[in-house]
Ligand binder design. Structure first.
Ligand code: ADP
Ligand code: MG
Length: 338
């Protein structure tokens, strides 16, 4: 897309783009920036990508933007920015039970810094290849650092997971150990001190999150509803419950905590972050009571890394139950753990 020149000279209008070697830059860093796929008829280089869509499948599409200073600290490692820009979208597809296939990358950069671009592209490409995602197009412009990825994938027709399929009585689960990424961001920003080992683990959980694609795909046919945890467990479990027109009750002690999080924060503050911290990109999902046994057998929780944390219930509202005491929360998040 070319910016409207709005009365400026054409030179000035061209100056809005990364000027010197936009073509070379795309060729060098993004021409083969992911997996090779047979279903890419035309990828980077033409006016648009041409993709062969599989029959019998629904197309799943997601897009997310990372803005410097908002979604990641200024000066973040470029490989982390490339990884996260794709990971947040992969996580959205995981939550739908989808299999990713093609990505488009809209990159706005203040300057064509080769070292930065090399690391950014490598971080993006490594995760793309790991999930067999081809980079099939994008856009490159000059401006304050901002990365938008659009991700397309597919799911067998009619089988996608949604937020809205939960029912009162469904068991609620979460994958991984929420709170780690928020602690990692605090470490990254120098707000949290910890032993070197814990620091490294937590930092990596923020900088290089692991989208749960294999779990998401396997949850098709087991889960009644699913959401990825990007804004915090309470906020996102609340969104799942609201979309399913039910309330939810979580067991305070059931939410799993990682050892590094416990070591860095102690149990009370660790639990607070597990409920309210964002950026984990885990999956929170509901399962009808009659389907729980099948889930536990086919996807053993120890192997797949998920934990039962509560139940959906009739009515609205969100409660966290601790030692028989009910703590009421609004859907917007955490209120009572100060
Ligand atoms: P146009 O002006 O037609 O949009 P561009 O010069 O923006 O063309 O892009 C040329 C080609 O390079 C297109 O195929 C586009 O999809 C691709 N492209 C541009 N920037 C990126 C990027 N950051 N990552 C991947 N592909 C890109
Ligand atoms: Mg373009």
């Amino acid at each position: 897309m070319r910016r409207a020149s709005c009365g400026r000279s054409s030179t000035e209008a061209r100056g809005e783009r990364v000027p010197l070697s936009e073509f070379a830059l795309i060729e060098r860093y993004f021409r083969s920036g992911g997996a090779r796929r047979r279903d890419v008829i035309l990828g980077v280089g033409d006016d648009a990508a041409l993709l062969a869509t599989p029959s019998g499948c629904d197309l799943v599409a997601a897009t997310d933007t990372l803005v410097a200073g908002v979604h990641f600290p200024l000066g973040s490692p470029p490989a982390s920015i490339g990884h996260r820009a794709l990971a947040v979208n992969l996580s959205d597809l995981a939550a739908m039970g989808g299999r990713p296939a093609w990505a488009l990358l809209a990159l706005t950069i203040p300057e064509a810094d080769e070292a930065w671009l090399g690391e950014f592209a490598a971080g993006f490409a490594a995760l793309a290849r790991a999930h067999e995602v081809a980079l099939v197009g994008g856009d490159t412009t000059r401006g304050p650092l901002c990365v938008t990825v659009q991700l397309l994938g597919h799911v067998p027709h009619g089988t996608a997971l949604t937020r809205s399929g939960g029912c009162a009585g469904d068991a609620l689960f979460v994958s991984g150990t929420p709170g780690d990424a928020a602690a990692g961001l605090a470490v990254e920003q120098g707000r949290l001190a910890a032993q070197a080992e814990a620091r490294a683990y937590l930092r990596e959980r923020f900088l290089l999150p692991t989208p749960r694609l294999a779990l998401g795909e396997r949850l098709r046919g087991h889960a009644s509803a699913c959401i990825d945890v990007s804004d915090g467990l309470l906020a996102d479990a609340g969104k799942l419950a609201a979309a399913s027109a039910v309330g939810a009750e979580l067991a305070y002690d059931a939410v799993p905590l990682s050892q590094p999080l416990l070591a860095a924060l102690g149990e009370e503050r660790a639990r607070e972050l597990a409920f309210t911290g964002g950026d984990d990109y885990e999956l929170c999902f509901a399962v009808h009571p009659q389907d729980v046994a099948g889930l536990l057998t086919e996807l053993p929780p120890q192997r797949w890394g998920y934990t039962r944390i509560g139940v959906l219930r009739a009515g609205a509202g969100f409660a966290v139950v601790r030692a028989g005491t009910v703590m009421e929360f609004s859907h917007s998040g955490y209120e009572h753990f100060t």
